[in-house]
Design a protein around this ligand. Sequence first.
Ligand SMILES: [Zn+2]
Length: 125
Amino acid sequence: MRHRRNGTLEQFDREFRIGVSRQVRRVDECACCGAEGPIHARGLISRCYHRHSLAGTLDRFPAVSEEERVQAATRAWQRRRDDRLEDYAEMRSWGETREQAAARLGVTEQTAQQYERMLREQVSA
Ligand SMILES: [Zn+2]
């Protein structure tokens, strides 16, 4: 994340971790066995992907379309934004200033101002 502090785990999205292959992968439930792990392809973790590949049963798990990929990424982004907004609101309710809450979350002053607007809209809605 661009505005997370470098050198801390905060700079990584919760949904993305660096796996053994050093590639960035989405961590999710495997479409085959439900085990949580880095998704290799077709919604499968590496172990299941290779097992189905050897067994010739990969076609049971359709490849994800570009549109679905974009939708999933958008949902993940919205979830992270909502999480941060919730954390921000909580810190503000503890009496922290906008600057303190922004610094703790690792977001810019501009983002904090946007959060303030979103929270005001939530109250008036
Ligand atoms: Zn599996």
